[in-house]
Ligand binder design. Structure first.
Ligand code: DC
Length: 227
């Protein structure tokens, strides 16, 4: 790869709790690539908004907060204004508010450059809702990774239980359906499978099977394009 060619990107988009984060991290690790969890950025904005008590209708103030977010990603730890918030941003409250704030064009625009800055050599695996459609439209491989809402609710339930966080599976399923609706029906960068994205339904796949599917698609692309 010559120095002028931008580093390759694998874009993995999909709905909430589909397992795309886990698969994306494993693919990044297997390839020695960087990893961008774009949802974490929206969750960080949500946490900042909750802490600062900003008015949810003041889009200018919210976009400024997103632009000026003082965040450090180090390995799998995330800090906001010097405080470790790795677990704080994973609550359902943060996820729901993140999904609401993500519908504001000003907030999405404020986070665009920050996301693109993750594109470093030797390459990047980025997961989110609009990685392949908006942030990295020239991604070498685009995947729409999904699973049924019921399976996603079960996976989220198991994850929360493992962290010692109490949850109710019926409430989780309802939250997932509400979040899907909001993410799919917003006017800007809605969640959808684009024509150039490969569908990967993980409802009956293990994490390793999903990881291997992505890696073998990427191998094919590399062989064809010599990426
Ligand atoms: O992937 P996640 O569940 O952590 O994301 C939290 C919310 O952030 C999600 O409901 C929608 C929003 N989001 C987005 O709009 N665009 C992205 N690229 C990533 C997340």
């Amino acid at each position: 790869m010559d120095k002028l060619t931008p580093p390759p990107v694998i874009a993995i988009d999909g709905p909430s709790a589909s397992g795309k984060g886990t698969v994306a991290q494993r693919v990044a690790h297997a390839l020695g690539f960087h990893y961008l969890d774009s949802g974490a950025l929206y969750r960080l904005v949500a946490l900042k908004v909750l802490q600062a008590g900003y008015n949810l209708h003041d889009e200018t103030q919210l976009a400024d907060a997103a632009r000026n977010l003082n965040v450090v990603f180090q390995d799998s730890a995330i800090s906001l204004e010097g405080r470790d918030v790795t677990d704080d941003i994973r609550t359902e409250q943060c996820g729901i508010l993140a999904s609401q704030l993500a519908a504001y064009p000003g907030i999405r625009a404020a986070l665009t450059d920050r996301q693109r800055a993750f594109r470093q050599r030797p390459g990047l695996v980025a997961d989110g809702r609009d990685m392949g459609s908006v942030i990295f439209p020239d991604a070498a491989l685009k995947i729409f990774l999904t699973a049924s809402a019921e399976i996603r609710a079960q996976r989220r339930y198991k994850q929360l239980m493992e962290k010692g966080i109490n949850a109710n599976i019926a409430d989780l399923l309802q939250d997932i359906k509400n979040r899907d609706d909001r993410d799919r029906n917003r006017s800007i960068a809605p969640l959808q499978q684009h024509h150039d994205a490969q569908l990967l339904d993980t409802s009956s796949l293990t994490i390793s099977q999903a990881e291997n599917a992505v890696l073998s698609w990427y191998d094919e692309i590399r062989a064809k394009n010599r990426v």
